[in-house]
Design a protein around this ligand. Structure first.
Ligand SMILES: [Zn+2]
Length: 87
């Protein structure tokens, strides 16, 4: 089974306290606490802004990929996430 990732920032959702909350305080299984709070997105960002924000967490020097390649991969991947998926 594939692990859950936040459908906004792609952070792996592992720990119970990393899951977002719905408006009624129940657990939201699709987003992390940094993206969604009480059923609302914390920041009103575009997908590109989200990728730029997340690059420092994903990009690691010396892993063979340039930062531009990492960015390109992330943009491709983020497009598949629920928040950014085109209808
Ligand atoms: Zn998130």
């Amino acid at each position: 089974m594939e692990g859950k990732v936040c459908q906004s920032c792609a952070m792996p959702l592992i720990k119970e306290e990393e899951f977002a909350t719905n408006l009624d305080g129940s657990k939201n299984e699709e987003y992390c606490i940094y993206c969604l709070k009480d059923g609302n997105f914390v920041a009103n960002q575009t997908m590109e802004e989200m990728v730029e924000f997340c690059i420092p967490f994903v990009y690691k020097e010396g892993e063979g990929k340039s930062i531009d390649e990492v960015r390109k991969d992330m943009l491709t991947y983020y497009k598949t996430l629920k928040r950014w998926k085109e209808n």
